[in-house]
Write a protein that binds this ligand. Structure first.
Ligand SMILES: Cc1ncc(C[n+]2csc(CCOP(=O)(O)OP(=O)(O)O)c2C)c(N)n1
Ligand SMILES: [Mg+2]
Length: 801
């Protein structure tokens, strides 16, 4: 017995290992050669990559893992994952037959698109890996706050391709994990020494080993399987071990590909006539020799089971498991095998070797030696699958319609945000207890300081603010405790988004809902954009507050100003973007956000009222600014509140003969208001549209178009209703501190001419008036745009200049 497993169970696991390899290979083969596949895109990278991980995944899923454990599977090992879930009764044959097809099993494991309980999506290499680390931290956060203690602690496990470790975000998160006292995290590196293009550099494992140890990880190197270990114990075995240890990656891979005779030739040439070791080699047939020389620990169930079983602590562990890319398949080890596919003839040989009868390729137990009853009995008891569905749920927390805050006559949205959180921090509601804020070293400069002073920083170990205990005056109390509600991150924005992804899945991973709010400078969204996209793809729920933004950050210059971000807000799926101008708008939007992020993602129905996905919810992006602007004193009516949420309202209603509409977003409100005032005498019935969310306006519009095309003739979106009375000859000037394309589409809604103003080129230092003038988003530019769009006498204000 090794690794706490009976000989009988080990035999069954060996059968399942073959089955996983077969089913994954057949799934891929089927998608390419059996199913009609005319799109020309052959399955790339799956076959060899899956074979590489088949043994490790068999050991984990069928023996080691528990229901509380969560796994991110290397993207190209998805066929293994689907095969395992198929054997466990959680994936259908239909979906496997349709692998990579429409509504079939996904090419890369997907939480949102697959039916077989994917814990964490993967696909963009490196991100799923970091997700496991941050999920461990979130698990600790939840438990430290006293929630979910009736569930056992889980391990967060990443199955990692060795080349995946080239991604910088992995190193960023290792550093953060060390700072935050990471526990219960296992990373298993599939050390096949191959990437997509190439065989990797020699000795990388030593660099990894050092690195992980430096950051407090336990490192377990799984190099030799049990056959090799036994051979090393034979006379001459040590010589054999030395030969393998010195064998370059390239040569090893080439010999794996060539097989037994080549191994023998090279070993004999390399070792010469050495007596015992030659005897060791010569006592084996070519086939036995090939099996021995490729018996790496990553393909040796007993070695793996024992290694996993031996971990007796909760510190993070990195297993470096030696494997062979394409193990068990004809192109094993070949450096070109990443996108390698078996030919029909090779598949036929493989089928026979696996004892599979034609027509029985999908039968779960076909070709195995144990009886179906024995196998099914084993599968029924697999611990990982014992608890049923892995999707947990958590109740929602009621959010108010609007938040309260004192609005100063002049105020910026960023100050408003800080004040709103400061007010929330005073409240003793369940909702507020679930808020967790985080920021990559810009907590203070994004105005979260007041909230943090009241709610404290999170750390598993209490750490007092020495400045405070030494009575040195400071605006900020930085006391850390396990009840704190702010997670302070280092500067890496990738970490921010992956942490938001982990926090934002807590309701389904931990069964405990969190309300995550992350702050970042708007331009640096781009630094973590792929991780933001990843978080949204997994349907994680969070509020992203991006501030400051735009060229409004005038003296900071082009390196800190954002231009493209409003387009990200418009285009990013799963993220509703808002850019308020006034703080009262923000009080409404933030309240909406607190509710919207908690809505269930099921169904994807659109609301009949505004044709948005308001029933399904999503995440929220608020683009804010540091520029103080004069606030409007007005009552917040229910209708205004609704319009702010729907994306726009008339700040000045257009009259029946309206010649010009100025539609603005965000911080350029004063310029738009001023411009409308200046042109009022020279253009008739000018309208002023406040756009609080170009994203929601646009989404509602396209959804309504689609609905009408489907025959719902009365479908009308919010922007269509707002523009319904505009005369056809009226022109629209749009303006924002961001890329003009964000609002340019407004002209297409009712077929009006548009002059879109915005920022298209890198900013520079200057004052706000300097830069608004230079980039053409000031009142004069708006008036000039209006004059060019509409007939009539020149507008006096421009003439006067
Ligand atoms: C961010 C990103 N860049 C590039 C790719 C394309 N890609 C997919 S797999 C791969 C190489 C993976 O090598 P490794 O991680 O060692 O896995 P193996 O195939 O060897 O199992 C690359 C470059 C990707 N999926 N994601
Ligand atoms: Mg690799």
């Amino acid at each position: 017995m090794r690794g706490n497993i009976s000989a009988d169970d080990l035999t069954i696991l060996r059968e399942l290992e073959r089955k996983v390899l077969w089913l994954a290979s057949w799934t891929i083969h089927h998608a390419n050669h059996v199913r009609d596949n005319t799109d020309g895109l052959k399955v790339g990278g799956h076959q060899a990559s899956s074979a590489s991980l088949a043994t490790i995944m068999t050991a984990l899923y069928f023996h080691t893992l528990r229901p509380s454990d969560r796994v991110a599977v290397k993207p190209h090992a998805s066929p293994n994952f689907h095969a395992i879930q198929y054997l466990l009764g959680k994936q259908t044959r239909d979906k496997l037959e349709n692998f990579r097809g429409y509504h079939g099993a996904q090419s890369y494991p997907s939480r949102t698109k697959d039916i077989d309980d994917v814990d964490f999506s993967t696909g963009s290499v490196g991100l799923g890996v970091a997700q496991t680390l941050f999920s461990s931290l979130v698990q600790d956060y939840v438990r430290a706050h006293g929630w979910g203690l009736d569930r056992p602690e889980g391990r967060m496990v990443a199955l990692i391709g060795d080349a995946e470790l080239d991604e910088g975000n992995i190193f960023e998160c290792i550093l953060e994990g060390w700072k935050q006292g990471l526990r219960n995290c296992w990373w298993i590196v599939d050390y096949n020494r191959q990437s997509l293009d190439a065989v990797i550099r020699e000795g990388l494992w030593q660099r990894y080993e050092q690195l992980f140890r430096n950051f407090g990880w336990d490192v377990v190197i799984l190099k030799y399987g049990s056959l090799l270990e036994a051979a090393f114990a034979e006379p001459g075995g040590e010589r054999l071990r030395a030969w393998i240890d010195q064998c370059p990656n390239q040569l090893y891979s080439a010999l794996v590909f060539q097989g037994g005779a080549a191994w023998r030739r090279h070993l004999n040439d390399g070792l010469g006539d050495q007596g015992p070791v030659s005897k060791l080699i010569n006592s084996r047939t070519d086939e036995e020799l090939a099996r021995l020389m490729t018996n790496l620990a990553g393909h040796d169930l007993p070695s793996l089971l024992e290694a996993f079983e031996c971990v007796d602590h909760d510190r993070p562990v990195c297993f470096i498991a030696y494997t062979i890319k394409g193990y068990g398949l004809p192109f094993a080890g070949h450096k070109d095998n990443h996108a390698g596919l078996m030919t029909p003839a090779q598949m036929e040989t493989f089928r026979k070797a696996m004892n599979i009868r034609p027509g029985h390729e999908w039968d779960p137990f076909e070709g195995l030696n144990r009886t179906p009853e024995a196998l099914q009995n084993f599968l029924d008891k697999v611990p990982f699958a014992a608890a049923g569905s892995r999707r947990l749920t958590a109740p929602r927390f009621a959010a108010p319609e609007q938040l309260a805050v004192t609005i100063q006559p002049e105020m910026s949205t960023q100050t408003g945000f800080g004040a709103l959180l400061n007010e929330l921090a005073r409240e003793k509601t369940d909702l507020v207890s679930r808020i967790v804020t985080t920021s990559p070293d810009v907590t203070v400069s994004t105005n979260l300081g007041g909230w943090v002073n009241r709610r404290g920083l999170f750390a598993r170990e209490t750490l007092a603010d020495t400045f405070r205990s030494e009575h040195i005056p400071s605006t900020f109390n930085w006391d850390f405790s396990d009840k704190g509600q702010h997670i302070e991150l280092g500067i890496a924005e990738m970490n921010l988004f992956i942490l938001l992804s982990a926090l934002g899945l807590s309701h389904t991973i931990n069964g405990e809902r969190l309300i995550p709010i992350g702050t970042v400078y708007d331009p640096f969204i781009a630094r973590g954009l792929d991780a933001l996209n990843y978080a949204c793809y997994q349907d994680a729920r969070f509020i992203l507050v991006a501030t400051p933004s735009g060229i409004t950050l005038a003296p900071e210059g082009g390196a800190h100003q954002s231009i493209a971000e409003p387009l990200i807000g418009l285009a990013q799926d799963g993220l509703a973007a808002f850019e308020p101008a006034f703080v009262d708008e923000l009080t409404v939007i933030l309240a909406f956000a607190l509710d919207y992020i908690q809505k269930s993602g099921d169904g994807g129905e659109v609301s009949e009222r505004n044709w948005l996905r308001d029933e399904t919810g999503g995440s929220i992006y608020l683009r804010l600014s540091t520029r103080p602007i004069e606030q409007i004193k007005r009552p917040m009516t229910a209708a205004l509140r609704q319009s702010i949420v729907d994306g726009a309202y008339w700040l000045r209603e257009p009259g029946p003969n309206c010649q010009v509409v100025v539609a603005y977003t965000g911080v350029v409100a004063p310029e738009a208001i001023q411009a409308v005032g200046f042109m009022a005498e020279d253009r008739r019935d000018v309208g002023l549209l406040a756009v609080t969310s170009a994203d929601r306006l646009n989404a509602g519009w396209t959804a309504a178009l689609r609905a009408r095309e489907r025959g719902l003739v009365h479908a009308r979106s919010h922007i269509e209703r707002l523009f319904a009375e505009l005369p056809p000859h009226c022109g629209i000037v749009t303006v924002l501190d961001g890329h003009p394309a964000t609002l340019a589409w407004l002209g297409a809604v009712g077929g009006h001419r548009v002059r879109p103003l915005g920022v298209e080129h890198f900013g520079q230092t200057g004052s706000i008036p300097d830069l608004y003038r230079h980039y053409g988003i000031d009142a004069d530019a708006i008036i000039a745009g209006a004059q060019a769009l509409t007939p009539g006498k020149p507008i006096r204000h421009l003439r006067a200049m």
